[in-house]
Structure formats: C-alpha cells, structure tokens
Design a protein around this ligand. Structure first.
Ligand code: PMV
Length: 348
C-alpha cells in the first residue's frame, strides 16, 4: 500500500571512534575482524528525509543545502543494496537534507554519522508507512552497515562492538551490539581531542585500504590480533585499567598503519608531525605520570584519549606543546557520547 501524503523523519546520529579497528571486508560489507568503538558526543550528522509517493522511486541529497555529487553516488549504491529490506525505496521519492556539526577531512568519520542517521530515517519511514511503531535497533545497525561498515556501530551511545566472536554469543558480523560488559566510569566519559595534523584529502581511501587486506601477507595474523585485542579491551573497559586500555589503543593504531605500509602496493598516511606528536605524548606521560594515550584512524590525525579529571593539565600542555604541530593550530574536542536522537517528525 502506498501512502498519498508525504512523511518526514529527522534523526541525529554520532560519528564513532574505534579502538580495535575494522580493517578488511568480506561479503556485503561484513568485517573480517571484530571492532570496538565509542560514539562521540559533539560530532554528529543531522538528517531529515521527506518522502512523497513516486512510482520507481528516486532521491535528491543536499549537505548544508548544497548538492554533493560524491555523496550522491554513495547514497545511490546504498539505496540499491537496501532495496530488498526497504520496500519504500521502490514507491517513494526521498528528499534528503543533512548537516554535520564537524568539518570534513579532519579524521572524524563522517560516513559513520551520515549513514547511521540516514539508516534511522529510512527505517523509521518504513515503519511509518507500514503503520508500525518500535524500531528494531539491530535492523538499523545492519542497514547502516550496508552504507558504511563503521556506521553500524554509531546506532548506540557509549561503547559498541561489531563482528562475530565465538566467545560473545550476542555478537554478529551483520550488526553491532552495545559492548557486552559493564563500562568503568573512566571510560564512560573519556575525552577524545582530535589533533589535526592535516585536513587534505587522503591519497588512498579507506575503501582501497580495506581491499588491500584481501591478499595481505599478514591477514591471518591481523585477524587473530584483533580478536585477542577485543577480548583484552573488554576486560580493561570493565576493570577501568587505563594502562591496559592504552596498550591496546596504541597497538591497534600503529598496527593499522603497519598494515598499510605492508600492503601491496605499500603506502603510508602518516606525516612527520604525526610522529612528532606521538613522541610528545609519550614524553608528557612519562614526565607527568598523567594517563593519556592515542589512536589514529586511516589518516595522519591523532585522537588524544584521556580521563575527564585530567582535562585542565592536558589543555595547558596542548596549548604550549601540541598546537604548533597541528595544521592552523587546530584541535577539535570531543568525548564519549550518548548516541542517536530522533528529531521532530512532521506529517503533512
Ligand atoms: O567504515 P569505513 O569503511 O569508513 O572504515 C573505517 C575504518 C577505520 O576507521 C580505519 C577503522 C574503524 O573501525 O572505524
């Protein structure tokens, strides 16, 4: 049955930061290894989708009121893949409008927030058309995954896990779940300061990077490393061991970049200032005995991670010693967030 009126759904959904990294895919955007991340508090996408009946479907997309052809292609691919689960795609036209609270190319995964916000809107609209009420969050996560793998983890607040682990019966390659462990207070409001070393476009995209894992010489070793790191990380998240957490965070960040350097062809996204900042962090930690660690995604920027109670000392140190290594002195401050929120939906 096709509704004659138009329907709207608005959602805001966060980006997330992985500590155990998803790197390499199989099937339709399923991960070769488990990953663990937390949702950010300030960095999110707000998306409104308005749907009107139209045989054969179609969509328009605007980011900050401007069309962006690069993203239109991504949405096109997403719509094709999502069609079997969302019958509305056949019979309605979608006006999609998005805004991000954070700038592009800063090491914040905009695809995670964008695709999860869109997945919420589409799942919600399908429910409205079907006259149903409650959203199935694992279905939204699975839908978001089709758009961008890491987006599957953005559908929850706090910490999420994506990828099947035989030790964790609730886990799945198809959707993310909330981390199946109590999270110690120190990790419930962990800080993430994004130290912008460069905001230039990356020479090798994550899509290409994932592909290079297909025939990577260290593929099997990487899969078992990520599994082990996931189990150990869950223990540290529960016990509150920052030291243990820092070991995993740094091992995962540097392993990710090591995998890039040992791909065929090899490449690196690290820049001289990335390494200078890593040295500075280690020096500060040793001198001051302050718990601070870092991770990196597939790019040159550093995510500085630390407990809330050290914010003041860390801000002073960043101002003096870290800002000179950041492009235009840029640092974006964020923290563990509470997850997606539904906006006000209007019905015509
Ligand atoms: O979801 P994608 O395809 O953008 O891949 C994300 C990959 C990393 O950010 C490097 C790691 C992760 O788990 O988020």
């Amino acid at each position: 049955m096709t509704h004659t009126a138009s329907l709207t759904s608005t959602w805001q959904s966060p980006s997330n930061l992985a500590i155990v990294k998803y790197w390499g895919k199989k099937n339709i955007q399923e991960p070769v290894n488990p990953s663990v991340s937390f949702s950010l508090s300030q960095a999110f996408t707000r998306t409104s989708v308005n749907l009107t009946p139209k045989e054969g479907g179609g969509f328009s997309f605007k980011l900050d009121q401007q069309p962006v052809p690069k993203f239109e292609n991504k949405i096109e691919t997403f719509f094709k893949a999502a069609r079997p689960r969302l019958p509305i795609i056949e019979n309605y036209y979608f006006d999609i409008e998005s805004t991000n609270t954070f700038p592009h190319s800063t090491g914040i995964a905009s695809s995670a927030s964008a695709m999860s916000a869109l997945a919420f809107c589409l799942a919600d609209l399908q429910q409205q058309v079907d006259g149903k009420k409650d959203l199935d969050i694992t279905e939204v996560s699975s839908l978001a995954r089709i758009g961008s793998g890491s987006a599957s983890r953005s559908v929850y607040g706090s910490w999420s896990l994506w990828g099947r682990m035989s030790e964790l019966p609730e886990s799945s390659d198809i959707y993310a779940i909330p981390v199946p462990a109590d999270i110690a207070p120190v990790f419930r409001n962990l800080h993430d300061d994004i130290l912008i070393v460069s905001s230039q476009d990356k020479p090798v995209s994550s899509t290409q990077g994932h592909k290079l894992m297909d025939n990577h010489p260290y593929r099997e070793g990487r899969i078992s490393q990520a599994r082990q790191n996931t189990l150990t990380l869950l223990k540290h998240l529960s016990s509150g061991s920052f030291e243990g957490f820092a070991e995993i965070a740094e091992s995962e960040a540097l392993s990710l970049h090591g995998l890039m350097m040992s791909s065929t062809p090899p490449y690196t996204l690290l820049l001289p200032n990335t390494l200078s900042i890593i040295e500075k962090i280690k020096d500060f930690r040793n001198r001051k005995d302050i718990p601070v660690t870092f991770t990196m995604d597939a790019g040159p920027n550093i995510h500085l991670l630390y407990p809330d109670e050290f914010s003041k000392e860390i801000a002073e140190w960043e101002e003096k010693e870290i800002k000179p290594f950041c492009a235009n002195g840029r640092i974006i401050r964020d923290q563990v967030g509470r997850g997606p929120k539904k906006g006000i939906a209007t019905k015509n």
